[in-house]
Design a protein around this ligand. Structure first.
Ligand SMILES: NC(=O)c1ccc[n+]([C@@H]2O[C@H](COP(=O)([O-])OP(=O)(O)OC[C@H]3O[C@@H](n4cnc5c(N)ncnc54)[C@H](O)[C@@H]3O)[C@@H](O)[C@H]2O)c1
Length: 305
């Protein structure tokens, strides 16, 4: 694993839960030490909550993860490298150039990027045919979706092999047949955010009520099925759905208008409301813990169903 921040730590725990040996490398050695103690804490928490993945004990999983101070040692003999450095194209290109010089020609090169196109990160690499994006959803331990996005030059075996690896560690891989800005998850996420912004900008609804539209409405179903199956079940199949609602939906979609920039008075209005119904900015870390507890409960429920 190349780098040991938030996402690097999650990947380490996921791979270790299936028995893989993980070597953690970071440009800041102290960060690796921090990461290892965070991982230790998280494994304790997961064990206590009964959420530890895989068949191995907490101790066995922890022992699978080691630190590595020399990049050569990390890359040598690795069959898969997951890069999790900050989201800057130049940084990613630079670290992949370093890995490229040391790696085996069969090693899979996977980047965790959430927004950069695989072709832009890998075009300069000698082993660019081994490269793909493997984009996790945060927090990966409770939100198992992973988007796999090949570059135009990625070898045919790379996506299926990575898909098998993801299934083995308990994630849910989806494959994008070609690269596109935002991949699938963020294109959908930002469409929702864009329309939410417009409804508040046009003073149709309050921020608090808008959030309820998702948390008590659409989101309840979306925890178990996507928008296509939702439509399918809301009528007698997809043909029946669009015969009934297609014209109305099309007219509505045409009324959406161009995207609005997130800024100005609407931004101030949303911020003010969120400080009341969610929490003041200073209490965000506490509210994240509240969120994570609920995600744990949902993950438990989904496991039991
Ligand atoms: N956080 C999320 O919600 C999320 C979700 C999906 C994907 N991602 C992607 O994962 C990647 C990492 O995000 P993060 O949230 O873990 O970031 P982070 O800031 O928590 O971690 C980045 C790590 O990279 C290390 N680093 C910086 N420069 C380096 C270098 N040159 N060589 C090696 N290590 C270096 C830092 O020490 C740090 O440990 C990004 O591409 C991000 O877009 C993040």
């Amino acid at each position: 694993l190349f780098s040991s921040g938030l996402i690097g730590q999650s990947w380490a725990m996921l791979f270790a839960s299936s028995g893989y040996e993980i070597k953690l490398f970071d440009s800041h050695q102290s960060q690796v030490e921090n990461a290892l103690s965070n991982i230790e804490e998280q494994l304790h928490f997961l064990e206590k909550e009964g959420l530890l993945r895989g068949e191995l004990s907490r101790q066995e999983q922890r022992e699978r993860i080691s630190s590595c101070s020399l990049l050569e040692d990390c890359v040598k003999d690795s069959f898969y490298i997951q890069e999790c450095v900050p989201e800057r194209l130049e940084t990613k290109k630079r670290v992949w150039s370093e890995i490229d010089k040391l790696a085996d020609s069969t090693t899979i090169f996977a980047s965790s990027t959430s927004s950069l196109l695989p072709s832009n990160i890998s075009q300069h690499l000698q082993n660019k045919n081994r490269f793909l994006v493997v984009h996790p959803t945060n927090p990966p331990y409770y939100a198992p979706l992973v988007e796999l996005i090949p570059a135009p030059w990625t070898d045919d075996d790379v996506v299926p092999t990575t898909k098998s690896l993801m299934l083995q560690v308990g994630q849910v891989p989806v494959i994008l047949k070609k690269e596109i800005d935002g991949f699938a998850l963020n294109r959908i996420q930002y469409s929702i955010l864009g329309e939410a912004w417009r409804l508040i900008n046009d003073d149709v609804i309050s921020a608090e009520d808008l959030d309820k539209v998702m948390s008590s409405g659409l989101g309840v179903r979306y925890a178990f099925m996507g928008p296509l199956e939702t439509a399918y079940l809301n009528a007698d199949g997809m043909h029946s759905y669009y015969e009934r609602y297609g014209d109305m939906i099309y007219a509505l979609q045409n009324s959406f208008g161009p995207p609005l920039k997130m800024q100005g008075e609407t931004g101030d209005k949303i911020q003010k409301e969120l400080e009341k119904y969610s929490c003041p900015v200073s209490e965000i870390p506490l509210r994240r813990q509240w969120r994570d507890k609920r995600l744990v409960a949902l993950a438990k429920l989904k496991k039991e169903l």
